[in-house]
Design a protein around this ligand. Structure first.
Ligand code: AMP
Length: 424
């Protein structure tokens, strides 16, 4: 172990090597795919006012109650964003995009912060790619966005991503409020048998009792009324249309009444993507409709829907499913011996890069053997080798690093062509 006492803070981590590549691939592929569905890139600040999150996510949620990183510099109260939707909707309203009257679609990626207990797939700084479609309540839009998430996992080579959907209704008295009441009445006689957190949730966030992972609570919850059986007529029709849309678009799903999502702003459709490689934290993404959020933030009543997908958990799933099929290969590695060869090599590496190749060299002026070892460790496809003798003759050695690959000495002027010819 190194002697430095500095360590990444618990719940945060560094990304490099295969994980760094997978991370980039997850982000790049998201942008490429979402743009094809009409989503524009949006980048919002990493911190916002605390009130924005408290109002949108809900004061009685785990996130707002105990997981936010909140600071009070001067007289402000600011919070590192625990999720992306609130900032996007804030930006949408702030820039009067609601006045345009058409559908606004955004995608984003970036770090999120929650003070949770770190474990596999659960960090305090984690990353999400997300998409938000604001301005339509069409159930076909729900189906389009939800299947876009499935397509995204497919693009990354994940075949084992699964989709669960539910509807938690709307805020009309005859819909979710009535369902909440039904739930409370059904739970009350056995409340003392539930775990402590469920008991605490009974008054403030009773829906969360259904998704409690405690085995005892799960047993107790088995016969409870289901939200999708207790929707108002409009929400019931919406949910039917979402399911039909999903089937038409090839989005295989399972109906799961225990899926309620933890955030207050969700209405109607809620969904989660899971992957078996994750264990306890098996959600690789999730989202839902938030038809009341813009209004809650002081804007007009504009419906919206979105999802957020967890990059760290996607990386775990990618590793489990396909090792790392996504390696960016190092095409050329320059090995140089002697001071003038070293300088000449640095110019050649610049020329390889200018020609569009990935190329690198050792800057440690180490031995021939050590440099070749680095080339092997980096899985370089071709090595170009330059010593003082070769340099004085205007020559260079091009070595094919694939198994059984040979090497030849060529003129320095032909080097780029020879390297290209040696590449697969
Ligand atoms: P949520 O909206 O909280 O369900 O978050 C959406 C997705 O982000 C989840 O499905 C996870 O994949 C990911 N996620 C949420 N919290 C964390 C965390 N603390 N660490 C890593 N990933 C997370």
């Amino acid at each position: 172990m190194s002697k430095s006492r500095f360590r990444a803070i618990e719940g945060t981590r560094d990304y490099f090597g295969k994980d760094g590549e997978r991370f980039d691939k997850a982000v790049v592929f998201a942008g490429e795919l979402f743009v094809r569905y009409g989503y524009d890139r949006i980048r919002t600040p990493v911190f916002e006012t605390t009130e924005l999150f408290a109002r949108s996510i809900g004061a009685a949620t785990d996130i707002v109650e105990k997981e936010m990183y909140t600071f009070t510099p001067g007289s402000d109260t600011i919070t590192l964003r625990p999720e992306g939707t609130a900032g996007v909707v804030r930006g949408y309203l702030q820039h009067n995009m609601d006045k345009r009257g058409d559908l606004a679609k955004f995608w984003y990626e970036g770090p999120m912060f929650r003070r949770e207990r770190p474990q596999k797939g659960r960090q305090r700084q984690f990353h999400q790619v997300g998409a938000e479609a604001i301005g339509s309540s069409d159930p076909l839009l729900d189906a389009e966005l939800v299947t876009m998430g499935l397509r995204y996992y497919e693009c990354l080579g994940l075949r084992k991503a699964r989709l669960r959907v539910n509807s938690i209704g709307c805020l009309r008295p005859e819909c979710r409020p009535l369902y909440r009441q039904l739930l409370r009445d059904a739970i009350r006689p056995n409340l003392d048998k539930h775990c402590k957190s469920c008991q605490a949730r009974f008054d403030r966030n009773v829906l969360r009792i259904i998704d409690c992972k405690n085995p005892e609570c799960r047993k107790l919850s088995a016969g409870l009324p289901k939200s999708h059986d207790n929707l108002c007529p409009e929400c019931a029709a919406h949910f039917e249309a979402v399911k039909e849309g999903l089937m038409a678009l090839g989005g295989g799903f399972a109906l799961d009444h225990t899926l309620v999502r933890g955030l207050d702003y969700y209405t109607k459709t809620v969904f989660e993507y899971t992957h078996e490689a994750l264990g306890a934290q098996n959600a690789i993404g999730g989202g839902g409709r938030y038809d009341g959020l813009a209004e809650e933030l002081g804007g007009p009543a504009i419906p919206g829907i979105g999802f957020a997908l967890g990059v760290e958990r996607i990386l775990i799933a990618m590793e489990a499913e396909n090792g790392c099929s996504c390696s960016y290969p190092l095409q050329v590695y320059g090995v140089a011996l002697g001071e003038s060869a070293h300088r000449a090599m640095s110019g050649m590496i610049a020329r390889f890069r200018a020609a569009g190749l990935s190329a690198d060299m050792d800057y440690g002026r180490r031995s021939f053997k050590s440099q070749l070892r680095s080339a092997n460790r980096r899985q370089a496809m071709v090595c170009v080798i330059l010593g003082e003798d070769e340099l004085s003759r205007g020559e260079i050695v091009v070595k094919d690093m694939s198994e059984g690959g040979g090497q030849k000495t060529v003129s320095i002027f032909d080097c780029l062509d020879e390297v290209k010819a040696a590449l697969p």
